[in-house]
Write a protein that binds this ligand. Structure first.
Ligand code: PBG
Length: 338
């Protein structure tokens, strides 16, 4: 049956070696699985709005809602019960509170601070990740302060520090600067230490690309309005990979405790390079556009929802990520706990 035909066509060790032996059934596949996905790998981003018992769908992200603080507390408790250790909060700020300088970002009673206080009270041990960036608060939608059409670096750092301090005072234990200004990790670390917050972590969005995959997020937080100026002057060029390593190296030197790569699925090569180069806790963000892409295909019946969610998340683990921010976190945790 095999004879000369086989030995000629397969210079390897078939039929002695048969890779399929280790794939025969679920038990053996579980034994040889190289990577594992658990609810502990997940960080759940939540969009918050003002109001009481309010829930508003984000149309570009089927299945995702903006929720008021009381519902965010319930959501956080649900996530915690499912074994998800962390949530990330993003505010949809009332347009009337947005200005050129994003000053609502450092109002100690802003939406994110109120949500953080309420969730911290209900879930004392939960990791609460707060974004540090001005875009949900600026009338122009940029992450930093503007002068003409320029997004100015050094003046922005002062605002980011003030934003960081109110979020930490509200109970945030993990700051996630996502603004991509130069020097912000060092500036924030110094300010935290000076204020006695030596134990507050910094999860740096060190390798954050100027990506079209953030489109649905901007609808969710309402920051998509007339963006004059250009995010490509501070976020990274998708063509680059060595540059991501320099960004990560600098942020680690400035005091980052953990690193984020963003977006996720189209950038798994960056996750791998960062993890192999620095061996530090490395996370990836399966961003809004990736969510929309998958959710839309699920809705149309083009992809299997449950398998699609778990496969997309497992690939982050295989690429070397220690965890994933995903809008599918709760769905995934439920599937994993089944
Ligand atoms: C902004 C910020 C963005 C996201 C998280 N923080 C958008 C942007 O940079 O324009 C995007 C997340 C997502 O798309 O899910 N500081």
């Amino acid at each position: 049956m095999f004879g000369e035909y086989t030995t000629m066509a397969y210079p390897g060790r078939f039929p002695t070696v048969r890779m399929r032996r280790n794939r025969t059934n679920a038990s053996i596949r579980a034994m040889v699985a190289e990577n594992h996905l658990t609810p502990a790998d997940l960080i759940w981003p939540i969009f918050v709005i003002d109001g009481d018992d309010c829930r508003e769908p984000v149309s570009a992200m089927p299945g995702v809602n903006r929720i008021s603080v009381d519902l965010a507390v319930k959501a956080a408790k649900e996530a915690e019960a499912l074994g998800i250790p962390a949530i990330a909060l993003f505010p949809n700020t009332d347009p009337a509170l947005r200005d050129e300088k994003g000053s609502e970002a450092y109002n100690p009673d802003n939406l994110v601070c109120r949500a953080t206080r309420a969730i911290r009270e209900a879930c004392p041990d939960m990791v609460i990740v707060c974004d540090v960036a001005l875009d949900p608060y600026t009338s122009h939608g940029h992450d930093g302060l503007m002068s003409g059409n320029e997004i100015v670096n050094d003046a922005t750092l002062e605002a980011l520090i003030r934003q960081s301090l109110v979020q930490v005072a509200a109970g945030c234990d993990t700051l996630a600067p996502s603004d991509m200004m130069d020097g912000r990790i060092g500036a924030i670390r110094q300010a935290l230490d000076d204020a006695g917050y030596q134990n507050t972590r910094i999860l740096s969005y060190a390798a954050k690309y100027a990506s079209c995959f953030y489109g649905p997020f901007r609808e969710a937080v309402g920051s998509s309005g007339a963006l004059k100026g250009d995010k490509r002057t501070y976020q990274m060029d998708p063509a680059n990979s060595d540059e991501a390593l320099r960004e990560v190296e600098l942020d680690l030197a400035e005091g980052a405790d953990m690193i984020m790569v963003k977006p996720g699925m189209p950038y798994l090569d960056i996750v791998r390079r960062v993890k192999e180069s620095f061996a530090v806790p490395t996370f990836a963000y399966q961003v809004s556009g990736e969510y929309s892409m998958l959710a839309t295909a699920f809705e149309l019946g083009r992809l299997d929802r449950d398998r699609g969610i778990l496969e997309s998340l497992m690939c982050f683990k295989r690429a070397g990520a220690d965890g994933v921010l995903s809008y599918f976190a709760v769905d995934a945790a439920k599937l994993l706990n089944e």
